[in-house]
Unconditional design. Sequence first.
Length: 305
Amino acid sequence: MNRRLAVNFAGITFDNPVTTASGTFGSGLEYSEFVGLDRLGAVTTKGVASVPWQGNPTPRIVETHAGMLNAIGLQNPGIDTLIERDLPYLHKKGARIIVNVCGHSKEDYVEVVERLAEEDVDMLEINISCPNVKAGGIAFGQKPEMAEEITRAVKEKARQPVIMKLSPNVTDITEMAKAVEAGGADGVSLINTLTGMKIDVARKTFALANQTGGMSGPCVKPIAVRMVYQVANAVKIPVLGMGGIQNTEDALEFLMAGATMVAVGTANFFHPYATMEIIDGLAEYTERENLDSITDIIGCVGRQE
């Protein structure tokens, strides 16, 4: 452990500020040949629901310039498999664990959170970009009052710190951050994917069966950095930043914008060693800059000297 890289996020100390973005790393099993799971600050699991989800029809992934679109539909094997297979594997590998939780209703979220209450996981990340079926399919993350309501419901049952994952598909991201903070969130993570579309001109139809998908990768990074900066200066709870991080310089941008931790997502698909290289790069940066701690630069661009 490099003590210069240690960070405290919502009362939990992690060896370094690097984790994985949900949905891009499975639950770590697929990447263990490339990544030392115990070297990561934490492994953030794929979203887990109360029951298995099949996801959307194919095709559901397509490349774009400097990024990709996905319409996976949060396919996952459900909470039983996570508890029986994935968590024991991650513990065996010595990983710290953040479990991403998804659902179609408030009751769905609460059920998973209750199941995880007695499990040895460090944090919960609540994906509120999921549609609320009882509100006609409106995403929890698009209306402040709904975001606050789901946060409050989850916090009532959670035994672990709760991170609310914010959608960028809103008019004012700070309004959403303030809403989940009011609901009791211990932290926020952002950004989730931006809604996009691609047309297959040869077939004269949509490239994705779902028509639209979530855009991620380097193309979204400037938007993500801007939103992280805005949120970090709007709330008092810590921020987990993500969106197009490929290398150490990208991670440093997010930290300087105000993120306490960062998550690597799309880069895992084309460069599975990215997280390890970023951790090493951050260690080299602290030595080169003679920093006592990586936390010395968190939010430095917004500080008033």
